[in-house]
Write a protein that binds this ligand. Structure first.
Ligand code: HEM
Length: 260
């Protein structure tokens, strides 16, 4: 609880600083945009909108909460999987060197990096970091595929069942980037890729997360080769997740060897 309170306190400070410097003509972040809308509504005499201080604090706190652990855990998985499957890492590094060389990757490079794109998707499928997404409550009685669900029932979307569905994936329990490649090696989208869930309440940060994962993963693999530490083999690297709010890889030591 102490950490939650400290977190809220620093967000309150951040919000107060942005409030002081607010220039509605030059909004540079979510807080500015929220405050500027709040100001507009108040100036037009609307005082009971959803744009109030508590909603701003909890929205910012939700964005941090939802966006930090998820990203860090996925990057942890990506390094472990690259160290465990060096032949996959070889192919990513070959593709990166051939297509973009030494310069930093940009969002638009993704379409020219089908293997790398497939590997990132497969990392997310295999890592399955939010196996039960988030719980939802039905707002009215529903009949879904013949099942009656009463209003007020808590529903967990089991993403694991889709990400490991044997009728969807050639080898659901194996790390296999070909799940996202066609016969010509082109990237292929899969409806059963639901790491960000589905429907109206699916991940709000999906496009930010996808861009972040692409830029961080490519940059790390351009600069470093990830290997098990001396005396440890690839087979020794354990993929059994530890259970928490997200499914994280078990703690590992890895070597990051500079490629420069
Ligand atoms: C690898 C990264 C991420 C993964 C795998 C992920 C996955 C998910 C999943 C499975 C949900 C639950 C959807 C549902 O309720 O069915 C969710 C919700 C959410 N995510 Fe993400 N997420 C990631 C990164 C982010 C980032 C970077 C942000 C924003 C900065 C973010 C913001 C949110 C928010 C606000 C919700 C709640 C949406 C709602 O309830 O309407 N996520 N995410």
């Amino acid at each position: 609880m102490k950490n939650v309170e400290d977190g809220e306190e620093s967000l309150r400070k951040m919000i107060a600083e942005r409030k002081e410097k607010l220039n509605p003509e030059m909004c540079s972040c979510f807080i500015d945009a929220f405050l500027s809308r709040k100001q507009n509504l108040e100036e037009s005499g609307i005082k009971d909108s959803f744009y109030h201080d508590d909603n701003l604090l909890y929205s910012v706190s939700n964005l941090f909460g939802a966006g930090t652990d998820t990203m860090a855990t996925t990057i942890h998985w990506s390094l472990l999987l690259m160290a465990k499957y060096p032949h996959v890492q070889d192919k990513v590094q070959e593709e990166l060197s051939r297509v973009i060389g030494g310069r930093q990757a940009r969002g638009e490079d993704r379409k020219n990096l089908p293997y790398t794109d497939a590997v990132i998707h497969e990392i997310q499928r295999k890592a399955n970091i939010l196996p039960m997404a988030l719980p939802h409550k039905t707002s009215r009685d529903v009949t879904f595929q013949g099942y009656f669900i009463k209003e007020g029932t808590t529903v967990f979307p089991l993403l694991t069942s889709v990400l490991n569905d044997e009728s969807e994936w050639a080898s659901p329990h194996t790390f296999n980037p070909s799940h996202f490649l066609d016969a010509e090696g082109k990237f292929t989208k899969r409806d059963a890729f639901m790491a960000f869930s589905a429907g109206r309440r699916m991940c709000l940060g999906e496009s930010l997360a996808r861009m972040g994962l692409f830029l961080i993963f490519t940059s790390l693999l351009q600069h470093f080769r990830f290997t098990p530490p001396p005396g440890v083999t690839e087979d020794d690297l354990d993929l059994m997740p530890t259970v928490g709010f997200t499914l994280s890889p078990p703690p590992h030591e890895l070597c990051a060897v500079s490629r420069q």
